[in-house]
Design a protein around this ligand. Structure first.
Ligand SMILES: Nc1ncnc2c1ncn2[C@@H]1O[C@H](COP(=O)(O)OP(=O)(O)OP(=O)(O)O)[C@@H](O)[C@H]1O
Ligand SMILES: [Mg+2]
Length: 498
């Protein structure tokens, strides 16, 4: 018999013969049975339908895949009632004998109520006189493929949803995955770095990655390594790496995990700072009074001596006397600042107009500004609501900040004070903007520390006290500065209730 199988990948003539033998009604029963047996030896699942679209045979591989138990002679009782393609068009294709290749669908088995994802190809089979005898349908079970992809998708979704950065590397330290958090944290796109050595990414990022790169190269795992990455200013990260191992315990890659701990670091620094303030406060409270009394006496006597020798017409020690007095005044100021830090907060709260306090402070410093040739610009929003607070304390804060700004603009400069409402209208904001020397990035975390000063004459308590006062007012004091680029101090204070 001359049978043609209109298929491309089932070109094997013998298979075409076998299928033709099964479908051709003229083939003797014994040959048909032998052909059926041969098809059962083929390991690919196969369904054969006759020209009416009725199932003529399913082979053992198909029965095994679908767990259908079909006896050799029961094909004619077996139909699409038991077995259904999810896409109803496939049944039609089988009916009409159209050829399709690698169609993705699922086979639904009614008895088991289960779906098997599959890749399906259908080829019509023709007899001698170009008469279609039926079709042959080959099936590839792609369950594991589909499961693998689903798993991959699930893990990718999870990886992108967590707020932990993850980068995976293969054995050669080539980047195979960068999750969304990593992209965002380091402000890098995924594309330029996927498939490239980790070293390239490390070189692109600010911060000292050398220890991490060395450990990765030596297949050494890192535990809780702290790193400051400068892609965004002063961001602290904690980094861990884990070697990925196969069943034979061989390392085939590394996973680098990192978490941004900047917020925790800031709280930690604040705690240390307030702890320091507390100790200083206790110390000050205990000793300041005792120091002040003898100082007042000394100052009094110096003043008397100064007056007396002046009256006697001796001017020789004038400058020294003046120096003694101003030094005593300086020590007194330190003691006052000490006491201020330890002062129990008496929570004096009254409704205050910030613009008035600022105008007052600027009036006090007018001469100083003239002397230093500083242009002053005030942009005060007259519509801002009052705040609740202590007038003297806030005046002290503003004095400290303006003094710092003036000292930073030693020769001349521009100084701007701006008041306005926050966009959510819950805070009043004051910006103090100077064009002074600015603060180097590495010193920024220290400027609120008590006794941190870069000035010869500085005590280093101005900002520590100011910060304490603003915190007591439930406000916030922020600094933005760059070496050589001027400084902006921003104070947020909650609007008072009218
Ligand atoms: N506007 C500014 N421009 C540049 N540096 C500043 C500015 N404000 C503060 N600083 C830096 O912060 C440090 C701490 O300021 P802080 O006011 O606490 O102390 P100080 O001014 O040095 O001394 P004092 O206790 O007399 O105020 C300063 O020494 C200076 O280095
Ligand atoms: Mg100061």
């Amino acid at each position: 018999m001359n049978t043609v199988l209109a298929a491309t990948d089932l070109q094997s003539f013998s298979l075409a013969m076998i299928v033709g033998n099964i479908l051709d009604p003229l083939t003797p029963g014994v040959i048909r049975r032998i052909s059926g047996n041969i098809l059962n030896q083929v390991c690919q699942p196969i369904i054969i339908t006759d020209q009416k679209g009725k199932i003529a045979l399913i082979n053992s591989a198909f029965a095994k895949m679908t767990r259908l138990s079909v006896s050799d002679d029961a094909y004619d009782q077996f139909g699409f009632n038991e077995l259904n393609f999810m896409d109803p068009n496939i049944n039609k294709i089988l009916d009409f004998g159209i050829s399709v290749t690698d169609l993705r669908d699922s086979i639904f088995i009614k008895g088991d109520m289960k779906k098997i994802p599959a890749k399906i190809s259908i080829f019509p089979v023709f007899g001698n006189n170009q008469l279609r005898l039926g079709s042959v349908c080959t099936v590839i079970d792609i369950t594991s493929d589909v499961n693998y992809h689903a798993l991959l998708q699930k893990s990718e979704t999870i990886l992108n949803a967590i707020n932990i950065g993850v980068i995976t590397l293969d054995q050669d330290l080539t980047i195979t995955l960068i999750n969304k958090n990593a992209e965002y944290s380091f402000n890098v796109g995924k594309k330029p770095f996927l498939g490239r050595p980790f070293r390239c990414l490390a070189e692109h990022l600010a911060g000292d990655w050398s220890y991490i790169v060395r450990s990765l190269e030596g297949n050494i795992e890192i535990k809780d390594y702290e790193l400051v990455v400068g892609a965004k200013e002063n961001q602290y990260y904690i980094i861990n790496t884990h070697l990925l191992r196969n069943d034979l315990n061989e390392a085939y890659g590394t996973i680098v995990v990192f978490k941004n701990i900047t917020h925790i670091k800031q709280i930690e620094m604040q705690l240390i700072r307030s702890e320091k303030l507390k100790v200083i406060g206790e110390l000050a409270a205990g000793t300041a009074h005792e120091m002040r009394n003898p100082l007042t006496t000394v100052r009094g006597f110096v003043q008397i001596i100064k007056d007396k020798i002046m009256k006697m017409g001796i001017n020789e020690f004038d400058s020294q006397m003046q120096m003694i007095l101003s030094e005593i005044d300086r020590v007194n100021k330190i003691i006052s600042d000490f006491l201020n830090l330890s002062k129990p907060h008496n929570r004096k709260r009254e409704s205050l107009r910030l613009n008035d306090i600022l105008n007052n402070v600027m009036f006090l410093l007018e001469n100083e500004a003239l002397r230093r040739r500083i242009n002053i610009r005030k942009i005060l929003d007259e519509t801002i609501p009052p705040v609740n607070g202590d007038n003297d304390e806030l005046e002290q804060v503003f004095l400290n900040i303006v003094n710092n700004a003036f000292q930073a603009m030693s020769v001349h400069g521009d100084f701007t004070i701006k008041t306005y409402m926050s966009t959510d209208r819950s805070n009043v904001i004051i910006d103090f903007i100077d064009t002074g020397d600015g603060i180097p990035e590495e010193l920024l975390p220290k400027i609120f520390d008590p006794f941190f000063s870069t000035k010869n004459e500085g005590i280093g308590l101005g900002l520590a006290i100011s910060n304490r006062i603003i915190n007591d007012h439930c406000g916030e004091l922020k600094v933005a500065s760059k070496k050589g680029g001027g400084t902006t101090i921003t104070i947020l204070l909650p609007c008072g209730k009218n």
